[in-house]
Design a protein around this ligand. Structure first.
Ligand code: NAD
Ligand code: TYD
Length: 348
């Protein structure tokens, strides 16, 4: 059995990747390593936790001794690295936490992988999951290509950019067989309600204000999380070593237009009067260093690996809202406790 380590598998995207690998590859044993920070939640994996090709390991990627021992014990042939601090607003409040996990944690994993396999690279792969935010901000036109120069603006994107550079450096210096993908904004089931879409779904359910930063004219390129998980499967198996793949939905939305679409769908699903959710929109103080626009050119992964998004944004958003409306217990657990303090600090 091939042993694969997935880091951050109890988080939003990681849980979809773990589910994809555990169910599609019975010949793999999937180890999910996660520190279970505020963003990690084993409830995200309740449906697959009993599978005999799946093991959960609680641990911190910054704990060097623990990571080295883990690699020696299990001899992982493949690593898919998603563990990270992932929220821009939190990175503005606590940038050092982002440097620690995203940069140092990635280096500790790279080192453990290098020290374990030395130069015996046949059949081995280190796959680093990154973001389009490393490219910085676009103006009104243009797309991020794989060759676009890095120009990060937030502590989050700077830490991810740095980790990408270290992955490349290990490839160049030690010959470590890596692939990197840089993906646009994801949405879907199990996303922590600090990010735009689940936060606004929860607030609409609760009849609370919808805090739109600045004038709402910021643009993001949205991808349904299951399409990202399928792209990760493809890149892990078919991508070329020492290459980067951009992943995006060809699906740009200005925040305010997205929020209005969300409000319309929520009014229908909750049987509320047309316009009642939109009335909750409240323009609030802008995020410092707010990137104007992200948009991905995903031609390379389309042409070379045959990947395409499977759902339209309207369909994906509708499925996402349905999931949150059907999983109120999950949402209630997540939005109690520390979340209340986070919300007060961020939005009051
Ligand atoms: P998330 O915040 O939902 O999950 C992160 C997971 O990592 C959590 O389960 C958390 O417990 C775990 N973790 C954090 N620090 C850890 C540590 N020190 N050791 C072990 N585990 C730790 O994040 P997400 O949105 O699922 O993002 C996953 C990855 O994908 C990240 O690397 C992120 O940069 C990247 N990414 C995210 C998006 C997006 O839209 N969410 C887009 C592109 C790329
Ligand atoms: P977010 O989901 O935090 O993702 P990212 O910052 O990584 O793109 O935010 C998406 C967009 O929504 C971004 O332009 C910031 C904006 N936004 C708001 O207007 N209000 C909010 O409360 C949040 C969380 C985000």
């Amino acid at each position: 059995m091939k042993k694969i380590l997935i880091t951050g598998g109890a988080g939003f995207i990681g849980s979809h990747v773990v589910r994809q690998f555990v169910t599609a590859y019975p010949n793999y044993h999937v180890f999910n390593l996660d520190a279970l920070t505020y963003a990690g939640n084993l409830e995200n994996l309740a449906d697959i936790e009993a599978q005999n090709n799946y093991t959960f390991l609680k641990g911190d990627i910054c704990d060097e001794d623990f990571i080295n021992t883990l690699f020696e014990t299990h001899q992982f042939q493949g690593v898919i690295h998603l563990a990270a601090e992932s929220h821009v607003d939190r990175s503005i409040k606590d940038p050092l936490a982002f440097a620690k996990t995203n940069i140092l944690g990635t280096m500790i994993l790279l080192n453990a992988f290098k020290n374990l396999w030395q130069s015996n690279w046949e059949g081995k792969r280190f796959y680093h999951i990154s973001t389009d935010e490393v490219y910085g901000s676009l103006g009104a036109t243009g797309l991020f290509e794989e060759s676009t120069a890095y120009d990060p603006n937030s502590p989050y994107s700077a830490s991810k950019a740095s980790s990408d550079h270290f992955v490349r450096a290990y490839g160049e210096t030690y010959g470590l067989p890596y692939v990197i993908s840089n993906c646009s904004n994801n949405y879907g089931a199990y996303q922590f309600p600090e990010k735009l879409i689940p936060l606004f779904i929860n607030n609409i359910i609760q009849n609370q204000a919808l805090p739109v930063y600045g004038d709402g004219n910021y643009t993001r390129d949205w991808l349904y999380v299951i399409d990202h998980a399928l792209a990760i499967d493809l890149v892990f198996h078919k991508g070329n070593n020492h290459e980067t793949y951009n992943i995006g939905g060809f699906n740009e939305w200005k925040n305010i237009d997205l929020v209005k679409l969300l409000c319309q769908q929520m009014d229908v699903k909750l049987n509320r009067t047309k316009g009642s959710s939109e009335a909750l929109i409240s323009y609030v103080k802008d995020r410092p260093g707010h990137d104007l626009r992200y948009a991905i050119d995903a031609t390379k992964i389309q042409k070379e690996l045959g990947w395409n998004p499977s759902v339209t944004f309207e369909e994906g958003l509708s499925k996402t809202i349905d999931w949150y409306l059907e999983n109120t217990k999950w949402l209630d657990h997540i939005t109690s406790g520390d979340y209340i303090n986070y919300y007060k600090q961020q939005y009051s």
